[in-house]
Design a protein around this ligand. Sequence first.
Ligand code: AMP
Ligand code: GLY
Length: 422
Amino acid sequence: MNIMVIGGGGREHAIIRKIKESPLADHIYALPGNGGMAADAECVPIGAEDLDAIVAFAESHPVDYAIVAPDDPLVMGLADRLTEKGIPCFGPSKDAAIIEGSKAFSKELMKKYGIPTAEYEIFTDAEDAMNYVESCKIPVVVKADGLAKGKGVIIAQTREEAKDAVTSMMEDRIFGESGSCVVIEEFLEGPEVSVLSFTDGKTLIPMVSSMDHKRALDGDLGPNTGGMGTVAPNPYYTPEIDERCREEIFLPTMIAMNKEGRTFKGCLYFGLMITADGPKVIEYNCRFGDPETQVVLPLLDSDLLDIMMHVTKGTLDEAEVNFADDAACCVVMASKGYPRSYEKGCLLEIPDDLKNVYVAGARKGDDGRLYSDGGRVLGVTERGSSISEAIDKAYASVKRITFTNGFYRKDIGARALKALED
Ligand code: AMP
Ligand code: GLY
């Protein structure tokens, strides 16, 4: 089978590496991919949001199956368009991707079906939102309704910050139309857990849990980023919490989407907070997480492509989905300055025997060597029999990579280790 993977970051590289292990996979196209994955897939310079060009490419090439990884094309309806052309596709329809595409939708869904989440109000009028933040409890969380490249959430520690957030989203429209509606919600406290799941709308199979590290600097300091590293499993996700999540959150969400006529087929991502009152949903994503995928898929012992095709066909109950009892750690190497301004074009040297280095932002130079080409550049993953071993191995691999203008957090997994001790 020839497979087309949409997207070009570390997550997509991890997906491609995993589907390459499948005996079902022949040729893999990555649109656009990046120079660092050229050994694993044929990279085609078509952007993930250029839906017309993607559909035209799929029609004019022998593409048997498509995997749409990023949120934007899913929310724009790429899975529907490929399916209409007879190309089976992994990824939810536009109607179902709204679970990530509109925070107002997801909050109303959770309220209607009694799924635990933070208390909230929705505003489409800036003045009403301002009046609300005049008297609400502080800290408070202000969220742009639509997609905002992961930047649409502001945790306001003061009333002034909350007002500034409303002004910049609703009046200055720093996120464009995404800020025409905002959700203002209760600030929750507790450890965060990411759980990705496979679902075809009838069966839902959670993958191994993981922990993201969003801040740029050690000690969870500095600005928010797309994610500086991950570990799996997440020690806060105990068997008791897992049971509650399945009963109170995962299955109710799948059923709620069916009842709304928006059956979700694909990878449904639950961003959870384990509060004193139990697990609550912080966000849903309609896709694999990045960099969660870079620790979750290396622990998958089954055939990812086979599972995905079962999801598409609606026969997930027949799929074999097994995760190893091991742990994994992914350390992200980013360009100095990220998430603010940074230089590109630094030479990267990755020893050949490092098999789980996922390339997020790099290009091949004329000399055939690899150069940095983005903020997050590499995700260096290792597996171990414990979290502690996985962390040590990941950092040992990081030290063997040359990336002169790069930086990485030195404490990925430290919180997880601490949780294991407590
Ligand atoms: P999101 O883009 O929805 O994942 O939000 C980004 C981050 O903001 C989350 O990973 C949380 O760390 C934080 N966050 C979002 N909503 C809340 C909330 N209600 N209370 C506390 N933190 C939150
Ligand atoms: N790592 C968070 C996300 O993919 O949204």
